[in-house]
Design a protein around this ligand. Structure first.
Ligand SMILES: C[S@@+](CC[C@H](N)C(=O)[O-])C[C@H]1O[C@@H](n2cnc3c(N)ncnc32)[C@H](O)[C@@H]1O
Length: 406
């Protein structure tokens, strides 16, 4: 469950409000008025905002953490979910480092050129950036068209603060809310969006702050919560889960082939106190030969535990469904996934919504009332260009899927 209690200096957590003046007008947070006209397209006009511009809490450029993935086609694709040292190739609209007063956020948004091109086709109105992070994609989108606004969601207050500072110059065209993305319907408050973007997974900031406990590279607490107000922590998972359950988590969330051995080692080493101890325990359980090549041996286990702590797979399908339901006709959904488990869910939800005949009966004409809700923009997922992968290793495992609301 998402915690909606406000914290000092963190985020504004207003529920959407129906305007008493007209059922067609909905205020989303404090920054926009969305008017859904008879033609069904959302139009957005600003109204005076009281959004506090939070100070930036020290978001540092990332060093890059390997996140090993298995892509949808089953091939192993070690990737880096961190910052690239080099800039992205010049054909990408790269959002540069954002001066925030206290630090610099130097995040290169993945496949930003493709994302901007996808949303260039949507009707004017509101784009929901469901995974705002440092606001790189939002910045590219807001810069690309003057007739769109962006509502950014994130479960991490630090991300919201960074994005607010970065995007302040867009005024009332940008709003950020502390919300888990499966609550997208609540954020829209009955209005329709012209687009929804998901850039799944963890941010560079989260990986690179040792105190957040996401990284095997630096010693930190066993935390891994994207929302520091949520209850389950990595310590709970590694110190209290049954051995079989732990093995299941490692297998299901990261295809870890040494899941049983690692689970046994973790249970034998309890209580574990920090990420360094956890990483050492995982490494000790992996045969020496398997440790010599590929990504860091703790990559998959850390990824699996993080996914468990944040219920990342459980919330994804309901969030995609809510996003599809919240789109105006002609509106688009775009999803960047970074590992096979996520990508399988994305592919399945989009394909199901684009189905032109009932499941298992492609031979029969659709029954009355059966109609697809989506048109797939490309049935296969797209991958970053070689140039982008070379320039931004973080993009290596990305797979982009997109569809348009009918
Ligand atoms: C890969 S980063 C996004 C980076 C962003 N596109 C940019 O260009 O800066 C993913 C972000 O999504 C957030 N996130 C992950 N799962 C979420 C969820 N279920 N609800 C809301 N935010 C989530 C994370 O906290 C993180 O900040």
């Amino acid at each position: 469950m998402i915690t909606l209690a406000p914290r000092p200096g963190a985020t504004r957590l207003l529920p959407p409000q129906k305007s008493p003046l007209s059922p067609e007008i909905t205020a989303v947070g404090g920054g926009f008025v969305l008017s859904t006209g008879g033609h069904g397209k959302s139009q957005l006009r600003p109204f005076p905002s009281s959004t506090p511009r939070d100070s930036f809490p020290g978001w540092t450029p990332a060093g890059g953490q390997q996140e090993s993935t298995t892509a949808g086609d089953g091939t192993e694709r070690p990737g880096v979910r961190g910052e690239a040292a080099d800039p992205v190739s010049s054909d990408q609209p790269v959002a540069g480092p954002a001066e925030t007063g206290e630090s610099v956020f130097a995040h290169v948004p993945v496949m930003a050129g493709e994302i901007v091109a996808l949303f260039a086709e949507v009707p004017p109105g509101l784009i929901v950036d469901a995974t705002l992070g440092g606001g790189g994609h939002s910045e590219a989108l807001l810069s690309s068209r003057s007739d769109i606004s962006v509502l950014g969601l994130d479960r991490d207050p630090a991300a919201l603060a960074a994005a607010r500072a970065r995007l302040a110059r867009f005024g009332d065209r940008f709003e950020a809310r502390h919300l888990r993305f499966d609550h997208i319907g609540e954020a829209l408050g009955g209005s329709r969006a012209a687009g929804v973007l998901f850039d799944l997974g963890v941010s560079s900031h989260q990986l690179d702050r040792p105190e957040r406990g996401f990284s095997y590279r630096a010693g930190g607490p066993l935390d891994m919560r994207m929302d520091p107000a949520s209850t389950l922590t990595a310590a709970d998972v590694v110190n209290t889960y049954e051995e079989t359950e732990l093995a299941r988590v490692l297998r299901r969330n990261a295809d870890e082939r040494f899941a049983s051995r690692i689970a046994r080692a973790i249970v034998g080493a309890r209580p574990l106190h920090d990420t360094a101890e956890l990483a050492a325990t995982i490494i000790s359980a992996i045969p020496a030969a398997a440790r010599r090549s590929g990504p860091h041996p703790a990559t998959r286990s850390f990824q699996a535990i993080r996914i468990e702590v944040n219920s990342e797979l459980e919330v994804l399908a309901p969030a995609l469904e809510a996003a599809i339901e919240g789109l105006t006709p002609g509106g688009r959904i775009a999803v960047l996934a970074y590992h096979s488990g996520e990508d399988r869910i994305v592919k399945s939800v989009l394909r199901e919504a684009a189905r032109t005949s009932p499941r298992g009966r492609p031979d029969l004409p659709p029954p009355p009332g059966f109609s697809p809700r989506l048109r797939l923009i490309r049935s296969a997922g797209r991958r970053p260009s070689e140039a982008e992968m070379a320039a931004n290793p973080r993009s290596t495992s990305a797979r982009l899927r997109a569809a348009e609301r009918i």
